[in-house]
Design a protein around this ligand. Structure first.
Ligand code: UDP
Length: 367
């Protein structure tokens, strides 16, 4: 008999297992994939750590979370800066003085602010209700059309007017010549990739891979007192109220016999005529000097029950549906739901860690 069965060997599940094991709880982790690490997993291919499920850059403002993750790996000084190709030209992201100069030839912050304010005024909406309106009130029409609209509509497979405003607020706007994609105090990539973090988190714990909880849930429920479930919440309840919406991805990875393909870890593509949203060149995360390179093109896909769910689509419709599932979790005293899929939230890595540590603190005071 296990104290805890942990479903999913991603960040949420692995951290729970590690912390519970530390206080003497007997844990079993199962995962339907053939590897640990969830979407954070990296595979070392001839010395290049390939981010198999999209680019993962660790960033946080929270010292406790930064110290926590640093127990399991040494982080380098990588700073994420994205360039976007739009209509044959290259622009810096996020929106900053370099971007404004590339678009309008503005030199000073005052000139750039004036340009943006003119455009925002022309648009005239005070309280934005969707992503398009939010973008137009933050940065105006030129930037929206050059750098946001195409990427967003490819990424999410719908009109930007049908998406929640908060998604675009993930990106900072700066009136300095600073291309850092994040504004957080701490940032980096683990030297040697992310998988080592999960190896350390799970080293004293029994892990069963290629094992699907939902295919045999009554058996698994019978072998553990408590379940920590980090899979899709709607699938757990057999889509009782209907499926929540997700966005899926397909990845095309190629090894190229050249040293440097694009000169940056991530280049975005805004044009809708190009079917992928971004190309990641993995070696640049760790300043690799190999004489070859590995790149991954990311193609957004419609999600259905046969595909992997990468992004929750947190619009009003889905949030209402999620609330119903959340209510239903109250009938499951044996189970706790956590992580990006369990909580149906567009979490970054640091937020998943935050959520897991908060849950564990509460749990430990009740044990
Ligand atoms: N986005 C955009 N243009 C870009 C990059 C991002 O319009 O070049 C928008 C898009 O809607 C995207 C959101 O900003 O879904 C969040 O981007 P982020 O880079 O945080 O996405 P992630 O890395 O999580 O896929």
């Amino acid at each position: 008999m296990y104290d805890y069965l942990i479903v999913g060997a991603g960040l949420f599940g692995s951290i729970c297992a590690y912390e519970l094991n530390k206080i003497g709880k007997k844990c079993l982790i199962i995962d339907k994939r053939s590897h640990i690490g969830g979407n954070v997993y990296t595979e070392n291919i001839d010395g290049i750590n390939v981010h198999k499920y999209g680019p993962h850059i660790f960033h946080t403002n929270d010292k406790e979370i930064w110290n926590y993750i640093n127990q399991f790996a040494e982080f380098n000084n990588y700073i994420h800066n994205i360039t976007t190709i739009s209509n044959g030209k290259m622009y810096n992201m996020p929106f900053n003085m370099n971007t404004f100069n590339q678009i309008w030839n503005t030199i000073t912050p005052l000139e750039a602010k004036k340009k943006i304010e003119e455009q925002i005024k022309k648009f005239g909406v005070k309280t934005p209700n969707n992503l398009e309106e939010q973008a137009l009130t933050l940065v105006g029409k030129d930037i929206y059309e050059l750098l946001i609209k195409g990427y967003t509509e490819k990424q999410w497979g719908c009109k930007a007017t049908e998406l929640p405003a908060f998604i675009i607020k993930r990106l900072p706007i700066r009136f300095t010549y600073n291309n850092n994609y994040f504004s957080d105090r701490y940032q980096g990539i683990p030297l040697g990739g992310y998988t080592q973090i999960f190896e350390k988190l799970t080293q004293n714990i029994e892990v069963k891979l290629n094992t699907d909880y939902l295919k045999n849930s009554s058996y698994f429920n019978s072998i553990a007192k408590q379940i920590i479930y980090s899979g899709k919440i709607d699938e757990f309840f057999d889509y009782h109220f209907g499926a929540l919406e997700y966005r899926s991805l397909s990845f095309k990875t190629e090894q190229l016999e050249i040293e440097n393909f694009q000169g940056n870890a991530q280049v975005n593509y805004n044009d809708v005529s190009i079917p992928f949203t971004r190309i990641v060149e993995h070696k640049h995360f760790e300043f690799g000097t190999q004489n070859f390179t590995i790149i991954t093109k990311e193609f957004p896909q419609n999600w259905d029950k046969t595909k992997e769910a990468f992004y929750p689509i947190n619009n009003a419709l889905n949030q209402n549906l999620f609330k119903k599932y959340e209510e239903l979790t109250k009938t499951q005293s044996q189970v706790y739901f956590g992580g990006r899929l369990g909580e149906y939230r567009y979490y970054d890595m640091h937020q998943v860690i935050g959520s897991a540590l908060t849950y564990l603190k509460k749990l430990k005071t009740n044990i």
